[in-house]
Structures are given as structure tokens and as C-alpha cells.
Design a protein around this ligand. Sequence first.
Ligand code: KG4
Ligand code: ZN
Length: 369
Amino acid sequence: MVPFLRILGIETSCDETAAAVVERDAEGHSNVLSDVVLSQLDEHSAYGGVVPEIAARAHVEALDELIEEALKRANVSLDDVDAIAATSGPGLIGGLLVGLMTGKAIARAAGKPLYAINHLEGHALTARLTDGLSFPYLMLLVSGGHTQLILVRGVGQYERWGTTIDDALGEAFDKTAKLLGLPYPGGPAVERMARDGNPDRFDFPRPLVGEARLDFSFSGLKTAVRQAAQDIAPLSDQDVADICASFQKAVSRTLKDRIGRGLQRFKTEFPTTFSATGEKPALVVAGGVAANLELRGTLQALCDKNGFRFVAPPLHLCTDNAVMIAWAGLERMATGAAPDALDVQPRSRWPLDSHAETLIGFGKRGAKA
Ligand code: KG4
Ligand code: ZN
């Protein structure tokens, strides 16, 4: 028996304003009662990226109504929730302030505990809500702001095994798209173009491939794409398609090498845990880049080959949402973790693994996932 818990979650760390209600009953069954997300894509697309000031204002305008909507759809009132969970980092400070302050105000007014949630912890724990995973497992977070391979040992216990030393993978997709004249966000556009392209036309670099450390690097790849585009300009549609396909192939090969090594390390560190239970170890993928079908195929094949289960939560729970924040709050409350004091501050940088050293570059927008 576990305690029945129902949590209201709030997410405002980047360009999605979101609120959700999630509960878990005494038998351990979890339920997403509501999941409301308002994307600011249209506000930012003219600028080719997220503009912090515009994002913060848009959160202010939308959040109150979104929370009301989330409670309404869940058919509950604030009296019926056990705690408020609000993202308090990492991310854009203006947006974080809006969400966390709102969370504090509701917690104070309704007399409920507040959990200040690390956005990355939300991504890390989602697979337990969607697929009931048990600890430990590996998580690959690939978004516009982060590229990290994380060992999830337990609630609050995370080890960063690898991170990008320059651009995040989503950022590499976005920059590649931009220099090829494709729309923002670049990932879906590059993937679409790549379908008609020749992946073998350009031999793009695969930085760090073959190295024992589990980090990633994508800025050299972006530079090589720029060089190739300049060499053959003006570009025909076929040229653009071939560059996209070759770019995706280089990314795919890079992930295969880096994550392949990560799976080996996991098997070395936990040799008996899984053979004893008969359960396969798992690799979870999260973040917007997880939408890419070619990269998913690569990871699926890699997992099959290494005896791992490949877990990709539904896309709307892989990208930014408040369900994952409510769920992280629920998991923390269920372990008996004390709530946060109401003077808790937002943190634009907040590594999930406090022991991991900061590498030089870790994605656009400072510290966004
Ligand atoms: O997690 P997410 O929605 O938001 C943040 O980064 O905050 O991820 C967005 C990123 C963008 O860089 C976008 O270009 C990338 O995910 N992305 C993709 C695809 N769909 C979105 N990258 C590659 N292929 C895709 N199909
Ligand atoms: Zn995120």
C-alpha cells in the first residue's frame, strides 16, 4: 500500500506554459487527470529561437487560466490536491519566476505544501509514470537545450554519465535548418527533407566517436554542414535533401557509438540486478529530438542488440509538459521528502547531478532542457 496522492503541476521554464493534475492511488495505479499545454511557437518562430522576454510575458498572460483549466478538466478543486509542484530550474529565469511565484501563491493561499522541481528530474522520472519502470535505468535526454545521458538510480539519485561539450543535439538540428533556409524549429524540417536525400553524399564528421568518455559534441558537425553548403551553393532542393540526410546519418552514427558505450557501462555496473529478476534493463529517451524516427530506429536497434528495453514515452510527455512536473512532485512526496520552504528561489542553472563538473558549453538558452 502506498499513500493516495494527487498533485497539481506547473511548468514554465521555456516556451511552453503548462499545468496538469496527476494522481496515484493506494494500489500504485497512476492517472493523468489533466494535461494542458500552451505552446508559444508562433510568438518565437519569427525570431528563429526562443526570446526570453517574450516567453516570460506569455507565461504571465496564460498561466492562471491554464491552471484553472487543468483543475476543471481533472474535475477537482485546490482542496482536492495534496501538493503543488512547480518547475524552479533549470531554464529561462523570467519564465521560472512566473511559474514558481504562482506555485508559491497557490500553496500559501490553499495551505498546501510546495515542491520546487528540477525540470530535468521531471524528464528523468516520466518513464515510471508511463511504463512503470523500476530503478535503475538509463535516460538519454535530447532536446533543444540538453544532450545528456543520465543514470537514474532512484528518486533524487542521478548520475550524469555524458553531456554535450558544445551544442545540444536539437540546437544542431535547428542551426543546420537555419543555414539551409529551412523553417524553425529545425528538427522536423531536417527530418522531412532527409527522407528524399542521399545519406552517403557527404561524409560529415562524428566527433568523439571511438572515445571512452561518454560525452557528445555537435558544433564541428554544424561547421562541416556550413562548409559543404557554401562549397556547392546555390543549393537545389536535392542538395538540401542530401545534406539533411547526410547530417542525420552522422548524428545517428554518433549516437550509436556513444549510447552503445553507455549500455556497456550499465551492464558492467549492474551485472546481476536484472538477470536476477529476468527483467531487461532499460534505456529511456526524452526531449523533442526523440520525435525523430530515424534516431529512434537507431536507438531501438541498439537496445535490441544489447538486450535492453527501449522506452520512448508518448511524444507529448517527451517534450515539455506539466504532467512530468506533477509526477516528480508526487514521487518526491511519496518518498517522504520534505516540501520546499516558500522562500525557495528559481535557478537558471541547476544540474541534476550536483557532482558532475560543468563542461564548457551545454546548449542554448543557458540551461534549458
Ligand atoms: O524538448 P523540446 O520540445 O523543447 C526544448 O528544447 O525546450 O525540444 C525541441 C527541440 C528543437 O531543437 C527541435 O528542433 C527538436 O527538438 N526536434 C527535433 C524533431 N522534432 C523536434 N529534432 C530532430 N527531429 C525531429 N523530428
Ligand atoms: Zn525539457
